[in-house]
Design a protein around this ligand. Structure first.
Ligand code: LLP
Length: 468
């Protein structure tokens, strides 16, 4: 079992732990924290993560800077796996949904913990293969996979999570010409609603993902007739940033019923993948279940549903993204200009924004922030953290209590590990930010900061357009 207690060096460093609401309680899961598990305040009154002083990291690597705490990510991986060992007597496999953050180092870390990886494009697949992930643990998703993506996956011996009829036909022997067995899972839309942002809900019937369950019999019949398609199991994913446990409990029942029906067609389907979706705590009022509670819920629900139908326990998979990596990372910015609109609002601008974190403008997501170079200074003002993009909606945090801030201060926004780097853009031609992984006082670059040269690297200037 993995301990969530602090590393010994943190216990003896004389560092003070952070005050509420960013206090670190060792009994909580990473997905219930605002800051990474190794966060502390050092003798310079600065935020330290993974034993590294955050303002010093900004000095060394520049800002905006994604700072990934290796221990928090590894702890979350182990919490998922340990929970399965405790609550599920059958086989299980945890996959990391790499759409949350796909890069070599992240894939390598989760892979070294024994997790498989869910990839959703040729690019994510290529990254995972380059990171050395065992192809037997790689699952290719996507609602419109290209032939090139399918070929890459099949040739590398990955598992394809088939989303629709066109893909099924493309993979069937007569169309693909492939004669070796292809391992597939079938993604089905369960018709389960959950309370999360409309854009990140996928389980309801009116979704672009997965087969419509009204066609189950047709699908199972077709697959059972394809000698080259080896259908391992069924998949469903109902949405993201979910705090309720009931939808996944319901999903377990629905999926065991589907499995029963598939077996009726002679399909030796024995694996169920319940997707990801466990939410994390971005602000104090968020109260997601712990990883342990979430895993326990799905394990018990699957066991109960299998028992009720006298079915053997399926191999159980899940593919979390956010709850593995979300709380493991913060983004450090340098504060620049401040604008006071008397009686209305004070804008404090940072050197990044919607290009490194598009979640607030896309989903109205909320975040918390601290001034990393003066951690114990009391809050005296309410400010709005603005990005530097030419877009009024480029606001990272609305109305947050902070100490007096000045140009040059380091502002840290917490919980930026999931869907920040992976959704980053070059809007306004801002170079994409660098990322470091920190552990036991060491910081290693895992993504280089883009340069202006990188920005024009793919541009082509036809000769006739060249300025004389
Ligand atoms: N499996 C499938 C098939 C998925 O579509 C997703 C997320 C996951 C697993 C992982 O879900 P998680 O455990 O991370 O909730 N960009 C949005 C989130 C989009 C989620 C897309 N699918 C955001 O920033 O909130």
């Amino acid at each position: 079992m993995v301990s969530t207690s602090r590393p010994p060096e943190a216990q003896n460093s004389g560092c003070q732990y952070l005050p509420c609401p960013i206090s670190l309680d060792a009994t909580r899961s990473p997905n219930q924290e605002l800051l990474p598990l190794t966060a502390q305040i050092n003798s310079r009154d600065c935020l330290e993560i993974g034993g590294c002083d955050v303002p010093a990291l900004v000095q060394q690597f520049g800002s905006p800077l994604y700072i990934l705490d290796e221990e928090t990510l590894r702890t979350a991986c182990r919490q998922y796996q340990d929970a399965f060992k405790r609550h599920y007597p059958g086989a299980s496999q945890v996959l990391y949904a790499s759409k949350a953050w796909s890069c070599l180092a992240v894939d390598a870390i989760v892979g070294s913990e024994g997790l498989g990886i869910d990839v959703v494009s040729g690019g994510e697949l290529y990254t995972a293969l380059q990171a050395g992930i065992n192809p037997n643990k790689l699952y290719l998703h996507g609602n419109n996979k290209s032939i090139a993506e399918l070929t890459l996956a099949v040739e590398a011996n990955c598992i394809v999570v088939v989303d629709n009829w066109q893909e099924l036909h493309n993979l069937a022997k007569e169309k693909s010409g492939i004669s070796k067995p292809i391992r597939i899972m079938l993604r089905l839309t369960p018709g389960i609603e959950c309370h999360t942002h409309e854009y990140i809900r996928t389980g309801h019937l009116d979704s672009k993902f997965g087969f419509d369950p009204s066609q189950l019999d047709e699908i199972f019949r077709f697959v059972s007739q394809q000698s080259t398609l080896n259908c391992l199991g069924l998949h469903a994913h109902i949405g993201s940033q979910i705090f309720e446990r009931q939808p996944h409990q319901d999903l377990a029942g629905v999926m065991v019923e589907w499995l029963n029906r598939a077996n009726g067609y002679g399909l030796p389907v024995s694996e169920l993948n319940l997707g990801g979706g466990l939410g994390i705590r971005y602000v104090e009022s968020d109260d997601p279940p712990s990883i342990e509670e979430w895993v326990k819920t799905i394990c018990e629900a699957i066991q109960a549903a299998a028992q009720a139908r006298a079915l053997p326990l399926p191999k159980l998979l899940c593919e979390p993204g956010r709850s593995l990596i979300g709380s493991a990372c913060v983004t450090a910015y340098t504060i620049g200009s401040t604008k006071v609109v008397p009686g209305i609002r004070t804008y404090v601008a940072v050197d990044g924004g919607m290009s490194d974190n598009p979640r607030p403008i896309t989903y109205q997501s909320v975040y918390r922030a601290v001034v990393a170079n003066r951690m114990s200074e009391p809050s005296t003002q309410k400010v709005t953290i603005a990005g530097k993009h030419c877009e009024s909606g480029d606001i990272l945090v609305k109305a947050i209590d902070l100490p007096e801030v000045k140009s040059g201060d380091t502002l840290v926004i917490m919980g930026t590990g999931a869907y920040n780097y992976s959704m980053a853009s070059n809007y306004n031609r801002l170079p994409r930010s660098a990322a470091v992984v920190v552990s036991r006082g060491e910081a290693n670059l895992i993504v280089r900061r883009e340069t202006y040269q990188d920005l024009i690297q793919q541009d082509c200037l036809p000769v006739r357009l060249k300025q004389s």
